[in-house]
Design a protein. Structure first.
Length: 160
C-alpha cells in the first residue's frame, strides 16, 4: 500500500521537505552531489563489500545564467547521486525510487531501487547516462521517492 508523503514527514521517516517537493505520490528529489563510479572492481561477499572507487564531480558555473551551476554527465557512464534527503525508515516501511519521465526519454535513467525497511541514512541513487553528454543544473528535480507499507502479504516472499 502506498503511503502519502505527508504521513512520512509527520512520522519522522524523512527529514523536513519543502512543500514544493511533496506530490500526491511521493517526495521529489534533486541532485545535490554527484560522483562518477570508476570502472575498477567491486567485491562483495557475505562478509562485506568493497565498493568501486569514486571521483567527485564539482558543478561548474553556467556563464549564460549567473548564479546557476550545472553538472556534465559523460556518455555511457554510471554515477552516484546524493540528495539532501535523510531517511529513517521503520522496519515495515520501504521506499521505491523512480526517475522523472523527461530523463528516461532522453537516455538518463535511475534504476528503480528499493530502500528496505529499517534503512537509516542519506538517500543516494544511481544514475546511468546511456547516450550522449547530458547537462543537469544543480537543484533540478530528477526523481520521486514513493513510500510503501510492506506489512501486507502481497509483499511477503520466501527465498529457498
Amino acid at each position: 500500500m502506498l503511503i502519502h508523503p505527508k504521513v512520512a514527514i509527520d512520522e519522522g521517516w524523512v527529514n523536513e521537505i519543502p512543500d514544493d517537493h511533496i506530490s500526491n505520490v511521493g517526495v521529489v528529489f534533486t541532485m545535490e552531489h554527484l560522483v562518477l563510479l570508476l570502472n575498477n572492481s567491486f567485491h562483495v561477499s557475505n562478509e562485506g563489500f568493497r565498493p568501486r572507487d569514486m571521483s567527485h564531480i564539482t558543478p561548474v558555473p553556467d556563464r549564460r545564467n549567473p548564479g546557476q551551476e550545472y553538472w556534465t554527465l559523460a556518455p555511457n557512464k554510471c554515477f552516484m547521486g546524493r540528495s539532501n534527503i535523510t531517511l529513517n525508515l521503520p522496519e515495515d516501511i520501504a521506499v521505491t525510487v523512480y526517475a522523472l519521465q523527461e530523463f528516461i526519454e532522453n537516455g538518463v535513467s535511475i534504476p528503480p531501487t528499493v530502500m528496505p525497511g529499517g534503512y537509516r541514512g542519506v538517500f543516494d541513487y544511481v544514475i546511468l547516462n546511456n547516450f550522449g553528454q547530458t547537462i543537469i543544473a544543480t537543484g533540478t528535480t530528477i526523481g520521486t521517492i514513493v513510500f510503501q507499507d510492506v506489512r501486507t502479504e502481497r509483499f511477503a516472499c520466501t527465498f529457498s
